[in-house]
Design a protein around this ligand. Structure first.
Ligand code: CMC
Length: 391
């Protein structure tokens, strides 16, 4: 009954209008505020892209200085949050820690929870972007039993993150400019992707005017799934399982078998029916980083061969399944020294700016109403209650 459209998985429902990100999935185009992702990845840096997503324009020099000042001002976590980490098991998945700690920020930063005030909305956004690297690095340090490393505001965003992840108090850590640039580019490539599952989760939770930190924690929970951000971790596990090129056909056949739940991880996308433009940049970056680090990873050869065979296969061509952003990112992150369990955390860190930009756009939209999807009820019709003894 009622008059509404049935659209499981929202394959043909626009849930909002948005001026932030444009995707043409048939051609394989991704633009933020009108700028091509390839141009941003090549010429910009992550702070530029954050400002662009939040404010609609690339920053002028003084605007960028002020933005970076505000982000670095907020990099520290409330000291009390250290104790929060210590309540987790050391072998917890860092994404589980992220969901908990980011949700807990709502209990620490009361002043930025008045979302009716535009200034407080901006402070909440800056706090999230600034603190996410600190939160992610602390989750990592906790898992390997090393002391937390405090943020350093003399470093740029990517350098500071690498320093908090890889430095130890007992020796000097030299940040490689190659790694810092690669990290920054990975952040740019993950910054936003319009109304994907996690972003829609943030918008839907925020539509009730809920606490912004809690909404972002909900986005992190959604991102964790292997069909979404968790795919980068799953890709590496898959490549390791394949191991050598001669086993690729076996896995391709499994991916095509309808009775086998196995899918080629890092392949396929709801919107892209062509090569994901982020995957192209990531593949190029992957070769550069491995060459500059002098790392020879046989998994890259397996990945390239897997891509080649899949792209020539009728099944993948017919279903328009191409490599997505997650296909090559894991190989770069592995070469940089990140454990597999941190891959999705890095995605969450970078996507935070997209989530907050979309959340703010939603809150500021005069048409904004609470998200309340309908359903097609297919349960029982009315029936008589049966007393316990008669069931
Ligand atoms: N390997 C084998 N077959 C596939 C794959 C794959 N990776 N992806 C889709 N298919 C098949 C699927 O079996 C279905 O076949 P049929 O029509 O015969 O039932 C058809 O292609 C359409 O798939 P779908 O699941 O209906 O498509 P969807 O739009 O609901 O799902 C997806 C998109 C990304 C969840 C899916 O392609 C997938 O599971 N890919 C692997 C996981 C992955 O790489 N995820 C990362 C996505 S990009 C980054 C991000 O969003 O975080």
């Amino acid at each position: 009954t009622g008059c509404f459209t049935y659209d499981p998985g929202f394959t043909s429902t626009a849930s909002c209008d948005s001026a932030i990100t444009y995707i043409d999935g048939e051609v394989g185009i991704l633009m933020h505020r009108g700028y091509m992702i390839e141009d941003l990845a090549e010429h910009s840096d992550f702070m530029d892209v954050c400002y662009l997503l939040l404010h609609g324009e690339l920053p002028k020099a003084d605007q960028k200085t002020e933005f970076e000042r505000s982000i670095t001002y907020h990099t520290m976590l409330h000291e009390q949050m250290n104790y929060f980490y210590r309540g987790f098991r050391r072998d917890s998945h860092p994404m589980a820690i992220m969901v908990g700690v980011v949700g807990a920020m709502s209990a620490f930063y009361h002043d930025s929870t008045d979302i009716s005030d535009p200034r407080q909305r901006m402070i909440a956004s800056h706090r999230l972007i600034a603190k996410m690297p600190t939160i992610a690095a602390m989750a990592y340090k906790f898992s390997i039993g090393q002391p937390f490393v405090y943020p350093r505001n003399d470093l740029n965003y990517a350098e500071n993150f690498l320093n908090m992840i890889f430095s130890v108090p007992c020796e000097e850590y030299k940040i490689s400019p190659v790694l810092a640039r690669a990290m920054d580019r990975i952040f740019i490539l993950h910054a936003d992707h319009e109304q994907n599952a996690s972003t829609s989760t943030v918008r839907i939770s925020g539509s009730s005017n809920a606490n912004p930190f809690a909404c972002i924690a909900a986005g992190i929970a959604s991102l964790w799934g292997p069909a979404h951000g968790g795919a980068n971790e799953a890709v590496l596990q898959m490549l390791q399982e394949i191991g050598t090129k001669d086993r690729i056909p076996e896995f391709i056949e499994r991916a095509k078998d309808r009775d086998d739940p196995f899918r080629l991880m890092g392949f396929g996308h709801r919107v892209y029916k062509n090569y994901d433009p982020r995957a192209k940049v990531m593949q190029k970056s992957c070769h550069e980083v491995l060459a500059e680090l002098g790392v020879k990873d046989p998994l890259l050869d397996v990945a390239m061969e897997l891509e080649r065979i899949a792209l020539e296969d009728e099944y993948f061509a017919e279903k328009k399944l191409f490599p997505n952003v997650d296909f090559y990112s894991g190989i770069i992150l592995k070469a940089m020294g990140f454990p597999t369990s941190m891959f999705t955390v890095l995605f969450a860190l970078a996507r935070t700016v997209g989530w907050v930009a979309q959340w703010r756009e939603m809150i500021e939209d005069p048409k904004q109403r609470i998200s309340r999807p309908r359903q097609l009820y297919n349960g029982h019709t009315k029936r008589d209650y049966v007393a316990l003894g008669d069931r």
